[in-house]
Write a protein that binds this ligand. Structure first.
Ligand SMILES: Cc1cc2nc3c(=O)[nH]c(=O)nc-3n(C[C@H](O)[C@H](O)[C@H](O)COP(=O)(O)OP(=O)(O)OC[C@H]3O[C@@H](n4cnc5c(N)ncnc54)[C@H](O)[C@@H]3O)c2cc1C
Length: 402
């Protein structure tokens, strides 16, 4: 990689900071999703689509993706800087998370030139929304057994089966679809193929599913004799498992190449200090209790070390030996941390902890309660914490299977 001109980078950062300060919407008169997994209403969807498009047009999304396909053609440091500013300014999330974070990098790495020309720009501009069709009602962790069928018929594949937990399934234009093309293959993995499938067409139906938080973020997706062009096959028949595993590496943060921007608005750990000042325990501000202070210090230290750890995998000599270990460890530890942070914040509120969003009695309009319920998503999506532990045990630590 060519060295980045520090002056250029500093000027870029200055411009980006000024742009986000000026353009970040502050007073939105409806509830914005905390993560890309809770986009459930048309106003939320339209607002976030416009916002992503505006950030892209300003040059702060996909700044490091190749210019010929719609990116900015800059070095990765530029996009990293813009992403850090977005997080610090707590801007609204990027909508097209599955396009930006896993489909896009996958296409740039192994897609054909036609596929890159066709899809990359629409991913960045949010013109084309992507969803992921991996999990099935009986096959989530056990993804290798996926049973949705894709049967070749002339210039088409005919798809039958059902996918579930399809984030933004009802809004998506395209799906990265894992389907079985050969039920008699030598192994279950070799029978799978990977498709860049259109979502709008005869025989494809989505039914929204309600989350614990009351929001609608995903769907069950049904395919009934749905015909998709044979050109939607990515790679060769039988390569589906290989491509799906690469996709999951992007999803779990074990591979880089994502377009940038943040797709989850996590609680800011330091906000809990303000909460401890406002909440009362035994008639006194909670922050005056020594046991609470000790817990706060532990949480702050953990937040800091998680933040630093997630930056370690960008330092090549630290990541070389076991490229996936830092990122996989970060997913496991940070998703667990945010669950404990939100749980502690609710406990600090005493009986008021029982009030939820939109209740006038709720602290901070129930943001901690909503954050707590949402925090379970991240310990399940992209592979559950138990599955992450299996992967770390087997592939990073070299422990025996089982
Ligand atoms: C908010 C959210 C969004 C999602 N979005 C998508 C999406 O867009 N597209 C998509 O395809 N999927 C999506 N998923 C699905 C997600 O990938 C699956 O829920 C996940 O892989 C687990 O599969 P499952 O739900 O079938 O649980 P199961 O596999 O049935 O697991 C049930 C329990 O058993 C444990 N378990 C299973 N196997 C093992 C094992 N071998 N060792 C130890 N423990 C085990 C699991 O950890 C879990 O606790 C989403 C999930 C959530 C929560």
């Amino acid at each position: 990689m060519t060295a980045v001109d520090q002056k250029d980078l500093d000027a870029f950062k200055q411009d980006a900071q000024a742009w986000f300060e000026e353009n970040t919407p502050r007073d939105v008169d409806f509830m914005l999703p905390l993560t890309f997994m809770e986009v459930g209403t048309d106003p939320q969807f339209n607002f976030l689509r416009d916002w992503q498009n505006k950030v892209y047009e300003a040059g702060y999304l996909g700044a490091h993706w190749p210019k010929e396909y719609g990116g900015g053609g800059l070095a990765r440091e530029f996009q990293d800087a813009a992403t850090r500013i977005m997080s610090a300014e707590r801007t609204p999330i990027m909508l097209n998370a599955i396009g930006l974070n896993w489909t896009g990098p996958l296409l740039l790495d192994r897609g054909s030139d036609d596929e890159k020309q066709k899809y990359i720009k629409g991913i960045l501009s949010a013109e084309n929304i992507w969803c992921q069709g991996f999990s099935e009602p009986d096959h989530g962790s056990d993804l290798g057994n996926a049973q949705t069928k894709a049967v070749r018929d002339g210039d088409s594949y005919v798809i039958n089966g059902s996918k579930i937990w399809t984030t933004q399934g009802n809004y998506a234009d395209y799906m990265i679809l894992l389907a079985r093309t050969n039920p008699d293959a030598e192994t279950k993995y070799k029978g799978l193929s990977f498709f860049l499938s259109p979502m709008k067409g005869a025989g494809i139906e989505t039914v929204p599913i309600r989350k614990l938080t009351g929001e609608y973020g995903f769907t069950q997706t049904f395919f009934q004799d749905a015909r998709i062009p044979a050109s939607c096959l990515m790679g060769e028949e039988g390569e589906g498992w290989l491509i799906a595993m690469q996709t999951l590496e992007y999803e779990r943060g074990a591979r880089s190449g994502q377009a940038g921007g943040h797709v989850m608005m996590m609680a800011n750990p330091t906000d809990i200090v303000a909460l401890a000042q406002a909440a009362q325990i035994n008639g006194k501000p909670a922050i005056e209790d020594p046991a609470i202070r000790e817990e706060l210090v532990l949480l702050m230290s953990e937040a800091r070390s998680l933040g630093l750890n997630s930056r370690r995998d960008k330092i090549a000599p630290l990541a070389q030996d076991r490229p996936m270990s830092l990122a996989l460890g970060s997913k496991l530890a940070s998703t667990d941390f945010y669950q404990r942070l939100n749980a502690f914040a609710i406990a600090l509120q005493g009986t008021r902890g029982a009030y939820y969003v939109d209740d006038p009695q709720a602290h901070d309009n129930g943001i901690w309660q909503r954050g707590y319920l949402n925090s379970f998503s991240a310990t399940i999506g992209g592979g559950t914490s138990q599955i992450q532990r299996n992967i770390i045990g087997e592939h990073v630590l070299g422990l025996p299977k089982g």
